[in-house]
Each structure stands twice: as structure tokens, then as C-alpha cells.
Design a protein around this ligand. Structure first.
Ligand code: MG
Length: 251
């Protein structure tokens, strides 16, 4: 090959890479790619007191009982209540709200175990699933390397957070999520994808991100039509992660 041809080929490859970069460059990594850059670490400072629920919020958990929740088979939720929080009890399964929700503003506080155990995806893993389908990852990402699209505050398997705003294990952290449910036509076709804006401990970590479909492990499945309202669920990933002060406002 002549030098000119090599140069032309290199140019074409570069153009191809630029074309793949997309509008925000965030969707062009393979799922769970360990080479995907991890977001910069920021310091959120210590946790404040629990944020009070707005007057028109649906309070889903006020620290007292699991009346608003059930397991994934519709039986009473098996998680532990203690001292104003609920805690995942491994193998009792994920839990979901009895009621369904669509577009919403959601506030959730969580804490991973103070005693660190496991590494990567095995450390403090849980998750907040909007419509039981779209996960904002919960895990201990304080000095705990994993794939960028699976660390705390990632939209699992799709988008790493813009920054890593994790507090140390055992400390309370918050998510404030604005969720727009996907819209489907009468024939089940996708009219509008789901969108999420997320703050982690006050830091913007997703700015109106457009989801590629439901979140999944090692897969990016396409959208599949579902009802306008579905339960919010919290994941049992085998780690005793805690939650408190969960409320949402329907939009
Ligand atoms: Mg998870």
C-alpha cells in the first residue's frame, strides 16, 4: 500500500470513529467494558438529615413498615426493618411497590454496609428499578473499581454517572431522580424512549439521559411495550444494603 493510501485509510477510520461518537459520546462503548473511563471522583461531604417529603409526595417508606411493598410474587416483603431503615435480607428477593407509577420525581436514600465485604459488583450491590425495568445502580463505589456502566449511580449497563459522588460505606446517600416513562403506540411500537435525570448526593450524574431500553446484565435489550404504570422495585443482590426516606411525586 502506498503512503497516500495508508493515510486515506487512517482518515476513513477516524471519520468512522467520529461518526460513532453520537451526540454525547456515551452510548458507544460495549456493555460493561472495563476500558470505559470511570467518572472523576468528587467529594459530597457528610450526609445531612433525611430530606422531608414534599406535601404532595406519595411516601413509600418512612422508616416504620413495609406496608407499601411486597415481594415479586405479591407476598409480604421479607426485608428487615430496624431503627428507621429497611435492609435487604439476602435471598428473600427483590421488593416492589404495591402501586404502579409512570413519570415521577423520586427521592431515595440508601447506605451500603459499613463493614466492607466483597469487591466489584459484590460490594453493597442493590438497585432502584423504575417501572421494575430501568435500574439506577446502588452499590459501594467508594474505592471499589468495577465497570463504569455498573458503578453506583450508573444507569446499569448503559451510562456511567457523570461523576462518582459516593460517600464512604455505611454513610447515607441520596438519589433524586426525574423519570419519564417510555411511550408506546397502540401497536406496541416505541414512540418515545425513557429518560432520566439523576442527582447523587446533590451532584448531577445523568442529564436527561435517553435510555436504550430496559437495563440488563451483559445485554442491552430493546424496548418492549408495557403498561403506563408499573411498580418501583428495589433489588436483592445478596448484600445487606439499607434504604430509608423513599418518596415520589407523580408527574
Ligand atoms: Mg444492582
Amino acid at each position: 500500500m502506498t503512503n497516500l493510501r495508508i493515510l486515506a485509510l487512517a482518515g476513513l477510520l477516524l471519520l468512522g470513529a467520529l461518526a460513532r461518537a453520537g451526540s454525547d459520546g456515551r452510548q458507544d462503548w460495549g456493555i460493561h467494558d472495563m476500558n470505559r473511563p470511570v467518572p472523576p471522583v468528587v467529594d459530597p461531604g457528610p450526609a445531612g438529615p433525611p430530606a422531608p417529603a414534599p406535601s404532595d409526595a406519595v411516601v413509600l417508606f418512612d422508616g416504620k413498615d413495609l406496608a407499601q411493598w411486597e415481594d415479586m410474587k405479591g407476598n409480604p416483603a421479607g426485608w428487615k426493618i430496624s431503627d428507621g431503615f429497611m435492609e435487604v435480607v439476602a435471598k428473600t428477593g427483590s421488593i416492589r411497590t404495591r402501586k404502579g407509577f409512570g413519570d415521577c420525581q423520586l427521592h431515595v436514600e440508601w447506605a451500603t454496609p459499613a463493614v466492607v465485604s466483597g469487591e466489584g459488583q459484590g460490594r453493597g450491590n442493590s438497585g432502584v428499578f423504575l417501572m421494575d425495568s430501568y435500574e439506577v445502580q446502588v452499590m459501594d463505589s467508594y474505592n471499589n473499581r468495577t465497570y463504569a456502566d455498573g458503578q453506583a449511580a450508573a444507569i446499569y449497563g448503559q451510562f456511567p454517572p457523570l461523576v462518582n459522588a459516593c460517600r464512604p460505606p455505611g454513610e447515607w446517600q441520596s438519589y433524586d431522580i426525574v423519570f419519564r416513562a417510555p411511550r408506546f403506540g397502540p401497536d406496541g411500537s416505541l414512540l418515545k424512549p425513557a429518560r432520566m435525570t439523576v442527582h447523587h448526593n446533590g451532584f448531577l450524574v445523568h442529564d436527561n439521559a435517553e435510555l436504550t431500553g430496559p437495563t440488563a446484565h451483559k445485554a442491552r435489550p430493546p424496548y418492549k411495550a408495557h403498561p403506563d404504570k408499573l411498580p418501583l422495585s428495589l433489588q436483592d443482590h445478596g448484600n445487606p444494603t439499607r434504604y430509608r426516606n423513599i418518596w415520589l411525586r407523580e408527574l
